[in-house]
Design a protein around this ligand. Structure first.
Ligand code: FES
Length: 147
């Protein structure tokens, strides 16, 4: 089924639930990997919200992706404990390293490794602690070398 059909089905499944917007957005992202811009008008109409309100919620939560992800998704913790031990510099390094790489870089707010930051998650499964720029580059080298 193509994405308009998937979006329409998810809207119908969730529209009568109280607080339907967030579950609806999660379900769309789970199904499609992101929330396409064309999903916003039917969501707004179904929930009697403005498009700006729906877009505002999508933009507010770092979890929601508005474009399809690259072949890998790398998340860097931007929460306080990791920021205090070099997370911001690591994120800057990562932005430069991943520019044009086809790997998606996203912020995340705590990965549960606060005592050993900066923390990084690769493809929602692999967690890495105490990530230096050098360690980050080694991780990316492995991802890029994989078939
Ligand atoms: S603050 Fe970064 S893992 Fe918790």
């Amino acid at each position: 089924m193509e994405s308009p059909g998937i979006v329409a089905r998810i809207i119908e499944q969730h529209r009568v639930r109280p607080g339907a917007l967030l579950p609806m957005l999660h379900a769309i992202q789970d199904a499609l990997g992101h929330i396409p811009p064309e999903a916003v008008p039917p969501i707004a109409q179904a929930l009697n919200l403005s498009r700006a309100e729906v877009h505002g919620v999508i933009s507010y939560y770092a979890h929601f992706r508005q474009q399809p992800a690259g072949r890998h998704v790398v998340r860097i913790c931007c929460a306080e404990a990791c920021q205090a031990v070099g997370g911001e510099a690591l994120a800057e390094h990562a932005r430069e390293r991943l520019a044009g790489s086809g790997i998606t870089l996203e912020p995340v707010y705590c990965l549960g490794l606060c005592a050993c930051g900066p923390s990084v998650q690769v493809d929602e499964i692999m967690l890495h602690a105490r990530v230096t720029p050098e360690k980050f580059d080694a991780l990316i080298d492995v991802l890029e070398a994989a078939p």
